[in-house]
Design a binder for this molecule. Structure first.
Ligand SMILES: O=C([O-])CC(=O)C(=O)O
Ligand SMILES: [Mg+2]
Length: 389
């Protein structure tokens, strides 16, 4: 039985909150929600794949509706099929989306394509009748591991938030089963940030580790000043110190920071990822890579990024993607990434886990739901269904 994409729908939704990192506030943040409607039927229901983009970049309604969705809908349906003819080939769909696009200049376009790519993979796994993580493991001759490390990201600057509120937030994450928590730095003076870090470390004691995230705010001098302060603490990582494309800054920083560094959430292509690995001084024995497929041309591109890493001696287990969505949970469980971010109280209903999934010892276990598993998260699925119906 042949399959066809009959519609691609997009709606832009708010994911706003009054939080602030060192670079932006999220008072006007939005996301694009996409439905790829097929004519396939499984369990008596039409198969619809869903996707959305991660926080930090805004909804991509214009690009999706005007440029990318029409390419998919105008393509000869046969050119999008796999060799069996019974399912969509995500790489063929991806090539169609990217037809007549020049190389370079990754950003915004990569978010739009990543969002549609998520919906296509969801549809492909649903048509195959499998969880996406199991489909990926099979296609890559691996054994899926449904148990995935997750950490709690938060610790934002927030109007009126004092140290006791910050400590309370972190205590809440430990009570929910996390053993790594993350907080923002670089949005206050170094003395004030040090006070915030010490307050959190006192709160979490030896029950958890702390990661800190500067969101690309620092120049080299400030990044080094913070490195000298931070290296006195046993941190899980020091994240995104300077501009995402300033590989020389990242490499210079390694000389002042022996502990783990993390970066990559604002690199949007395998070529940019390769430049980070070539020139950024990142160390495969301790550092972490945070490329987020939902911002960077999707899973088809992420697979190319993983190939780049392999060529340069990096294990997929050094990747813990940004974004806190179920797509990266599937990639982690299927392809052996080191884990995934999560934001326990933010960006709902898009982030998080299917209903009933609990964090235990810093890990979740993926339920066996067809596709990415969105149908298992009722608040999210309510929004998705409204778009498709
Ligand atoms: O605050 C943000 O933009 C999100 C972020 O950096 C992260 O989750 O690492
Ligand atoms: Mg970050």
């Amino acid at each position: 039985m042949s399959v066809r994409i009959v519609d691609v729908r997009e709606v832009t939704k708010p994911i706003s909150s009054p939080i602030r990192n060192a670079y932006i506030d999220f008072t006007k943040m939005t996301t694009s929600l996409v439905a790829v409607v097929t004519d396939a039927v499984r369990d008596g229901k039409r198969v619809v794949g869903y996707g959305f983009n991660s926080n930090g970049r805004y909804g991509q309604g214009g690009l999706i509706r005007e440029r990318f969705a029409p390419r998919l809908l105008e393509a000869d349906p046969k050119t999008l099929l796999d060799s069996s003819g019974g399912n969509i080939d995500p790489d063929k769909a991806w090539a169609t989306l990217m037809s007549n696009e020049k190389p370079g200049g990754h950003g915004e376009r990569s978010v739009a394509v990543g969002t549609i790519d998520m919906a296509i993979w969801d549809a492909v796994a649903k048509i195959a009748g499998k969880p996406l993580f199991r489909l990926l493991a099979e296609r890559h001759n691996r054994t899926a591991d449904p148990r995935v490390f997750v950490y709690a990201a938060g610790g934002y600057y927030y109007p009126g938030k004092d140290l006791s509120a910050l400590r309370g937030e972190m205590r809440g994450y430990l009570d929910r089963g996390y053993n790594v928590v993350k907080m923002k730095i670089g949005g206050a003076s170094i003395a004030e940030d040090q006070e915030r870090i010490e307050a959190v470390l006192k709160e979490i004691g030896n029950r958890a580790q702390l990661a800190v995230d500067a969101n690309g705010r620092f120049d080299l001098e400030t990044g080094i000043a913070y490195a000298k302060m931070l290296r006195e603490y046993p941190l899980f990582w020091y994240e995104e110190v300077g501009d995402p494309l300033d590989f020389q800054l990242q490499a210079a920083l390694a000389e002042f920071y022996p502990g783990p560094m993390a970066t990559g959430e604002n690199l949007f292509s395998h070529q940019d990822a390769r430049n980070l690995i070539r020139y950024g001084g990142m160390r495969p024995d301790r550092d972490w890579l945070q490329f987020d497929c939902a911002l960077s041309y999707g899973l088809c591109e992420y697979l190319r990024t993983l190939d780049v890493l392999k060529t340069h001696g990096w294990s997929p287990s050094r990747c813990i993607p940004h974004g806190g969505h179920q797509m990266s949970l599937n990639i982690a469980a299927g392809l052996g990434l080191g884990g995934n971010e999560s934001y326990p109280d933010l960006f709902q209903p898009y982030g998080g886990f299917p209903d009933g999934v609990r964090v235990e010892n810093g890990h979740i276990t993926m339920p066996d739901l067809p596709g990415i598993g969105f149908e298992g998260k009722s608040d999210l699925y309510t929004e998705m269904k409204a778009l498709a119906s």
